[in-house]
Write a protein that binds this ligand. Structure first.
Ligand SMILES: Nc1nc2c(ncn2[C@@H]2O[C@H](COP(=O)(O)OP(=O)(O)O)[C@@H](O)[C@H]2O)c(=O)[nH]1
Ligand SMILES: [Mg+2]
Length: 315
């Protein structure tokens, strides 16, 4: 049997990009100096304040501080690295269980990826980048323009299709997204396509309508293949901080997420929100995005991400 082909590991060079861009090169942005101090109540409180400000969230912050106390409690801190190394280890502990890359099993065809998330989170861009990654791994790919709400959304997806040389199934604006995706699965099957990636709308101003629409898409896809959509991937804008966590909980209630991709870790995204998510929700992190370009997304790797966040070590 052939190995299931997976988008397993980040490409060479991604660590540098991640590290330079995450929160504009500042990572968690911890500004404390540790050398000459001890991890006493005062320092713990200062750390807590900074972690919370970096979107790490209360639960994950408590866990990290607990790990630091275990390692450093009572000892004199000779070098800052004693704390940052311990911090990196604590982050890896939290993140590693979520580092489960997307695997495309060879016996499922088409493997259907449904991409959900609110408007502007980066869904369509992520689909474009993902199409390229999968194609580079030798998969045949098709896209489905399930965001029928805005004509521009279909055009944007078609542009990514052309750039990657992959076919795009689309209908008229206002068409039923469930119908678009149903037809696309049938078309992918007829053409023996490996992976179908379906875009969706993310109208937050009509939350009940959006959630009903997504439920229907999932239900209708399952008529052609009861396991479909095989991957239900949430795209989250990391710069939203704790709001991203709330979005994840809401979408998970409706479509039972199987993967999360974080975008916009460059710019406003501090990256701490992944720790909060890791603590609050057992859904794998698939990819991380650090820019608008096609090369600006890669597989989530716990060690690499933790190192980029604390701004030390190699990935
Ligand atoms: N800086 C940055 N911008 C991004 C990233 N991902 C997407 N964008 C931009 O965010 C905007 C919204 O993305 P889009 O894919 O249209 O979001 P959608 O509404 O969820 O489909 C676009 O201008 C994208 O270029 C990222 O990782 N970093
Ligand atoms: Mg879109």
């Amino acid at each position: 049997m052939s190995e299931p082909v997976a988008t397993k590991k980040p490409r060479r060079g991604f660590f540098k990009r991640l590290r330079e861009r995450i929160n504009s090169g500042r990572g968690l942005g911890l500004s404390l100096r540790f050398a000459g101090r001890k991890l006493d109540a005062e320092l713990a409180e200062e750390l807590e304040t900074e972690l919370l400000a970096a979107d790490v969230g209360l639960e994950a912050t408590d866990r990290i501080l607990e790990a630091l106390r275990k390692k450093l409690g009572g000892r004199a801190i000779e070098k800052d690295e004693m704390v940052t190394d311990a911090m990196r280890d604590a982050l890896v502990e939290l993140l590693r269980p979520r580092a489960r890359p997307l695997v495309i099993p060879p016996d499922i065809r088409p493997f259907v990826i449904l991409v959900v998330g609110v408007n502007g989170s980066g869904k369509t861009t992520t689909i474009g980048k993902l199409a390229r990654l999968l194609r580079d791994e030798g998969h045949s790919v098709m896209l489905a323009a399930g965001d029928t709400y805005r004509a521009a959304a279909t055009e944007q997806l078609q542009a990514w299709g052309e750039r990657n040389d992959v076919p795009v199934v689309a209908q008229h604006p206002g068409a039923d997204p469930a119908a678009v995706i149903y037809d696309a699965i049938a078309a992918a099957r007829a053409r023996n396509i490996d992976v179908l990636i379906a875009d969706t709308a993310g109208r937050l101003q009509n939350k009940a309508g959006l959630m009903a629409e997504l439920e229907k898409v999932v239900r209708v896809a399952a008529r052609l293949d009861e396991q479909a959509p095989h991957e239900r991937m949430l795209v989250l804008d990391a710069s939203l901080g704790q709001n991203a966590v709330n979005q994840a909980l809401e979408f998970n209630d409706v479509v039972k997420l199987t993967g999360i991709t974080m975008t916009k870790l460059d710019g406003g995204g501090k990256g701490g929100v992944l720790l909060s998510l890791a603590e609050r929700l057992d859904v794998p992190f698939r990819f991380v995005g650090v820019g608008e370009g096609i090369e600006d997304m890669d597989v989530f790797d716990a060690e690499q991400f933790a190192a980029a966040l604390v701004g030390n070590g190699q990935g």
